[in-house]
Ligand binder design. Sequence first.
Ligand code: FAD
Length: 399
Amino acid sequence: MYDLCIIGGGMSAISCAITAARRGHKVIILEKNDKLGKKIYATGNGRCNITNHNFSADYTRYYNSSSDLYDVFLKKIFKSNCPDEEVTDFLKSLGIITYDINSYVYPKSLQASSLMWTVNDVLKNLNVEILFKSEICKIDRIDDLYEINVSNRKIKASNVVLACGGASYRKLGGSLCGYKLAGMLDLECTDIRPALCGLKTVEDVSAVAGVRTHAVARLYSDNPENEIYAEEEGELQITNYGLSGIMIFNLSSKAGKILKSGKRAFIKIDFVPDVEDSVINNIFDNHSYRKKKALLNVFLNDKLAEYVLKNVDKTSYDTDYLINYLHNFKFEIKDLTDFENAQVTAGGICLDELNPDDMSIKKYSGLYAIGEMTDIDGICGGYNLTYAIITGKRAGESI
Ligand SMILES: Cc1cc2nc3c(=O)[nH]c(=O)nc-3n(C[C@H](O)[C@H](O)[C@H](O)COP(=O)(O)OP(=O)(O)OC[C@H]3O[C@@H](n4cnc5c(N)ncnc54)[C@H](O)[C@@H]3O)c2cc1C
């Protein structure tokens, strides 16, 4: 008989297990993979970008699909405007020192594997039991207890935490199992969709695939027209299917939401956000003996200059037109890349099902849901691991 059984062994489960075990509870983790936190090893390109010191009190780094009041929810869950400090304090208590690069926080070793080594040792020291290769497809509630059958064992627990993560990156543990479990328990879930992923464009950009350039990307829809939904600055990566790079990832959750609502989504790229129009004008006016492609190549990669020229309206081909074009190059988004190429899953267990104080499920006592399987997704920069750690911690503190 366990005080707590956690289904899933990712970051949210780890913080929940440690918190509850430290409070004297008997804890077991059931994980379908053969090790804990497979996804964590892949985070931050293997360096594990675990939180970010650039937190904002308005929670604009997070999105959700089911509630307009998600900022209120996050405020309650985070309890302070500095959840990053709670994350670094928690890591410190495990014996992990952090290091930040421009507000992005990593373990000092810059290795996710060192964090996982520590975490595994801490869990062992706290006598947290872990069953690997244990995929859970059913939970029974009998009287006041939960019963789970796994590997010819019947696990009984007074509390169960669903920590199954999202559907992205199947090879790292992503699956639909968690949502199916939630459905069997009659928990309302939103549709899910990939997020922190690339955007497929209607326009064929394969001729410029591989080009990387600094740009500003603005996300629009056709309704209301010309209203900017979100804006990001950074490195644009052009791929065979469309647009990628961290700034595009950060727009993908909102782009997916627009497409899901049946509207059309567009990205306008400003290829020259940091160049004054007067500078562009001077180059074009003073060097008019040069070919247009050569002049554009002053500001843009040569392949991109050719692509831009191919797309201009040759009937009104003056400098002002080109400058406007460079600031507002338009792509229509037809789709997101699939779950296998998306760092997180948007959507999940509706926030209305949850108590934001401790992530408990309102309609069952002793049942909780934490981390990515709930309907919150963050942008790149450590915000998703922060959410996983804090939600896990809240559940662990309440049990
Ligand atoms: C390539 C990549 C890079 C990323 N980089 C960053 C980053 O730098 N910073 C950041 O903040 N976030 C990053 N993320 C996102 C972050 O990793 C996740 O949001 C976070 O790990 C979610 O934690 P979780 O515990 O909710 O779920 P997960 O870590 O997905 O853990 C869920 C676990 O549950 C197991 N499981 C699922 N269903 C069952 C079941 N039915 N029975 C038993 N076990 C089950 C899975 O095998 C998995 O181990 C990245 C994601 C990816 C894929």
